[in-house]
Design a protein around this ligand. Structure first.
Ligand SMILES: [Zn+2]
Ligand SMILES: [Zn+2]
Length: 278
């Protein structure tokens, strides 16, 4: 059973998922936490969330694997990135390197989910770049060139761009695939969207760290403004408030422990779930 939960934890939440799921099942879990019904309830909720996330990952992985089974045509860079039509170039891309295989596997769950979306809304797939990324044409808002989801670039039909620009863009998006691979390993399929959201609220536009590390110029971003806009105070205040709300019980425990000079708990509760600030 422990093996099952290890797999579920990793598929659902990456390394963070493992840390969240495993200590509670094993020796690190203190007895008084087992006796605390609020901890039990929280743990059950966490397991349900992990199972749902893991199921989503496995579904995505399956979809990606079944799509990988049929070879994609190579994108004709100047045509395919620019126009939302099916690419029927007969040229088959050569086999990827070990690095590209590893990141394909790591990003497969989220790539598969993107493909499922493209299947419903999109108009054709092709493969571009080295290591390759998959291009899916999905009509999106007009001024948005596209989004990288795992290894799949959901691209809207945009005005024609030249091969050099297309190659630069492919390189930029390929860096985003690396980011997806790293984030998915650390925190599962949900980490990158959350991290990107937090970063883009605190550091907007060209100051976004994910875009900076992918290359602003190649991605079609303007240079960061002087003086910089970020960190934006309201965004920092908002996310600090979110952390305080999430960690309020631990803060309560820390305050009470400081006041009483030792950790205390009610008979049927763990210290964190024991009410009272002093
Ligand atoms: Zn508790
Ligand atoms: Zn980008």
């Amino acid at each position: 059973m422990r093996v099952v939960w290890t797999v579920v934890g990793f598929l659902g939440g990456g390394i963070v998922g493992l840390v969240l799921v495993l200590p509670r099942l094993r020796f690190l879990r203190p007895r008084r936490v087992l006796a605390c019904d609020l901890c039990q309830r929280r743990h059950r909720r966490l397991l349900v969330a992990m199972v749902l996330l893991a199921a989503l990952s496995v579904t995505g992985f399956g979809l990606r694997a079944s799509q990988k089974a049929r070879e994609l045509p190579a994108c004709v860079a100047d045509v395919s990135i620019s126009e939302g039509r099916r690419v029927i170039d007969p040229q088959v891309p050569r086999r990827g390197s070990l690095r590209s295989t590893v990141r394909s596997v790591l990003t497969a769950p989220v790539s598969g989910l993107a493909l499922a979306f493209a299947e419903v809304r999109g108009r054709g797939l092709c493969s571009v770049g080295d290591p390759p990324i998959t291009l899916a044409f999905v009509p999106q808002s007009k001024d948005h060139p596209g989004s990288m989801v795992g290894e799949v670039f959901l691209s809207s039909p945009t005005p024609r761009i030249n091969p050099v620009r297309a190659a630069m863009l492919a390189r930029h998006e390929s860096r985003h695939v690396d980011q997806w691979a790293v984030c998915s390993t650390i925190g599962g399929i949900g980490l990158l969207p959350v991290a990107y959201l937090v970063d883009s609220t605190v550091y907007p536009g060209s100051e976004n760290h994910f875009e900076q590390s992918a290359g602003l110029d190649a991605g079609g971003y303007a240079p960061p403004p002087h003086p910089p806009v970020g960190p934006r105070p309201w965004a920092v205040a908002f996310w600090v408030a979110v952390v305080l709300v999430i960690g309020r019980r631990r803060i309560r425990w820390a305050v009470r422990t400081l006041v009483r000079r030792h950790s205390t708990h009610a008979p049927d509760r763990c210290p964190v779930h024991t009410p009272g600030w002093t």
